[in-house]
Ligand binder design. Structure first.
Ligand SMILES: Cc1ncc(COP(=O)(O)O)c(C=O)c1O
Length: 404
C-alpha cells in the first residue's frame, strides 16, 4: 500500500519548530512536580487571582438571558463603546466605538494587526527584551523580525534614538510594548510622541502592545494614542487578561483608524466570526464598573514587587532594579552564575531548579540583552514568594550555582 505523504502550508511549517528552549526549565519543573516534588513556580504570567466575583455574576446573568449567539465581526457595540470611553478619558484625541475591533485575546489582536499590515518577508522592528509570544506570530506570518537592543545596563529602558537608527529602507512597521514584558520598563509620553512622528515621516506603522497598561506602580501608563500627535499610522493593542485576571476569557482589542479598522473587522470576520456575546458584555461591565478589584490586584502586585526587590538585593551576588510596572522582576545573576556560552540566566535557572526546586524563566529567550537575567513572576502569593526567596538565598549562599 502506498504511504500518504502529508504536505503542509508554509505557515504551519514555520510554526512547526521546537521552542523547547523557552520553556525547557519550566517543563522540567512540571515533570518534577508531577512526580510529587515540592516545586515553586515563579515562571508564569497568568494572574493568580480569580476573576472578580461581580464580573462572574454579571456573566451568569447575561448567559441567563440567552446572550449566546453570533456577534458582529468588529465586536459588540456595548464593549466597543466601553473601550472607546476608556481611551477617550486618557487621551486628547476622542475615540469612538468605530475605532475599536475586539479579538479573542491580545495574542489574536496582535496576529490580526500584523497580518493586515505586513507581507511575508517584510521587516518588523521590535525592541528586546520582548514578549516571547511575538516569535510564533512573526514566524507564522513569515515576517523578518529585527530586534533593537535595550541594554540591561540602562535598566532595559526604551531608547528612541536607537529605534530610529534601526529603521531602514525595508522596515514596514515598529512594534513596541509598554509596560514591557519581561522588564517592566515604560516608555514616556515624549518618547512615544517622537517615535510616532518619526514613523509617520518614514511612512511606516507604529504598533503599541499595552497589555499591562493597568498594572503600573511608579506612574500612570501613557497610551500611544494619547501621546501621538497624529493617529493615522498608530495602532494600540490591549486586553483584560492581566488587569482583570481574565486570561482564560480570551478578550483583547485593537484601536486604530478608519481603513485599518475596516480591514481588521474583515480579518476578524474571516477568522473568528465574532467573539462570544456574554464574554464581551462581561468585558464591558468589567471596564465600566470594576475599578475597585483592578486597584486591589495592582496594589497586591506592588507589595510583591517590593518584597522581591528588597530580598533579592540583600542576597550578595544578586541584584535587580525595581520595575515601574508589569508582573515581573528581572534579576541579574551574572555575578553568581557561570556558563560557557555566556547564557548565565539559563545556567542559573537550571541549577536553581536542580538544587532548590524553584522554577524561574531564563532571560535569553526574551532577547540577548536579558541573557544575564532570570525573570520572576509577581503572580504568586506573598507567602509562596517568601518561601521561594528563602530557597534562592540558600542556593546562592551554598555556591551550587556553578552551572554550565
Ligand atoms: C506583552 C504581552 N502582550 C500580549 C500578551 C498576550 O495576551 P493575551 O493573553 O490576552 O493573548 C501577553 C501575555 O502574556 C503579553 O505579556
Amino acid at each position: 500500500m502506498t504511504q500518504y505523504n502529508p504536505r503542509f502550508s508554509e505557515l504551519s511549517e514555520a510554526l512547526n519548530k521546537d521552542d523547547a528552549n523557552v520553556w525547557a526549565v519550566s517543563d522540567r519543573a512540571h515533570e518534577l512536580a508531577d512526580k510529587g516534588e515540592d516545586v515553586i513556580f515563579l515562571c508564569v504570567g497568568d494572574p493568580n487571582f480569580d476573576t472578580p466575583e461581580p464580573i462572574l455574576d454579571y456573566t451568569r446573568a447575561r448567559l441567563g438571558v440567552g446572550r449566546t449567539h453570533y456577534s458582529p465581526d468588529a465586536g459588540e457595540p456595548v464593549l466597543r463603546r466601553a473601550i472607546a470611553d476608556i481611551e477617550s478619558k486618557v487621551s486628547p484625541h476622542p475615540c469612538s466605538a468605530d475605532d475599536v475591533v475586539v479579538f479573542p485575546g491580545g495574542t489574536n489582536a496582535i496576529y490580526a494587526v500584523l497580518a493586515c499590515l505586513l507581507n511575508p518577508g517584510e521587516e518588523l522592528l521590535i525592541p528586546e527584551p520582548m514578549y516571547i509570544g511575538y516569535v510564533p506570530i512573526c514566524d507564522a506570518l513569515r515576517l523578518n523580525m529585527k530586534k533593537v537592543a535595550c541594554p540591561a545596563d540602562n535598566d532595559f529602558a526604551f531608547d528612541v534614538d536607537d529605534i530610529k537608527a534601526a529603521i531602514g529602507e525595508d522596515t514596514r512597521a515598529v512594534m513596541v510594548n509598554t509596560p514591557v514584558n519581561p522588564t517592566g520598563a515604560m516608555a514616556t509620553p515624549e518618547q512615544l510622541r517622537e517615535l510616532a512622528a518619526y514613523c509617520r515621516e518614514r511612512g511606516i506603522w507604529l504598533i503599541c502592545d499595552e497589555m499591562y497598561s493597568m498594572i503600573t506602580f511608579a506612574r500612570r501608563h501613557t497610551s500611544l494614542r494619547s501621546a501621538a500627535e497624529h493617529l493615522d499610522n498608530v495602532v494600540v493593542i490591549d486586553g483584560l487578561s492581566k488587569s482583570h485576571a481574565m486570561s482564560g476569557w480570551r478578550l483583547g482589542w485593537a484601536v486604530a483608524q478608519g481603513p485599518l479598522v475596516e480591514r481588521l473587522a474583515k480579518f476578524a470576520g474571516a477568522t473568528i466570526f465574532g467573539c462570544p456575546q456574554f464574554i464581551q458584555e462581561a468585558a464591558a461591565f468589567a471596564l465600566e464598573f470594576d475599578t475597585y478589584f483592578v486597584e486591589e490586584m495592582r496594589s497586591a502586585y506592588q507589595k510583591r514587587r517590593d518584597l522581591i526587590v528588597e530580598r533579592i538585593n540583600n542576597i550578595p551576588g544578586l541584584n535587580c532594579t525595581s520595575p515601574d510596572a508589569g508582573m515581573f522582576v528581572m534579576v541579574d545573576v551574572s555575578a553568581v552564575a557561570h556558563s560557557k556560552d555566556g547564557n548565565c540566566g539559563e545556567a542559573f535557572a537550571e541549577a536553581l531548579l536542580d538544587a532548590e526546586r524553584v522554577s524561574v524563566l531564563p532571560g535569553a529567550p526574551f532577547g540577548p540583552s536579558a541573557r544575564n537575567h532570570v525573570r520572576l513572576t509577581l503572580a504568586a502569593e506573598e507567602g509562596e514568594l517568601a518561601r521561594a526567596l528563602d530557597r534562592i538565598e540558600r542556593f546562592v549562599a551554598s555556591g551550587s550555582r556553578q552551572a554550565g
